[in-house]
Design a protein around this ligand. Sequence first.
Ligand code: CU
Length: 125
Amino acid sequence: MVLVNLALAVGVGLGYLAWGRQALRLERELDAARREIAAVPRTWRIRGIVRAVLPQANVVVLTHEDIPGFMGAMTMGFPVKDPALYEGLDIGVTVRVTLAGIPPNVMITALERDEAPAAAARDRR
Ligand SMILES: [Cu+2]
């Protein structure tokens, strides 16, 4: 009986160790998969409100909507691919932008005025 219990304890112990190792391996695979996903160039079409234009830095500061899979709504600056995109842009207007790149290195590659009020505009005014 003692032997049976001992065998059982050893068996359960080994099983637990094997399970723990497998869990670790799965966790590592998941991490690697996440890194791979993160390293892929992506594009988003989002709306935002223009808060500032910084031509010296080639940056437009936007209060932007949620960027799915990247970041939530907030106010921040984005580098702009072409200075022509922010030429004549007014502060406070709602714009539709295309963001492209490998997070966290994304830039605005397209920008146009949007007449419909952005969700960000309603929530953050
Ligand atoms: Cu942001």
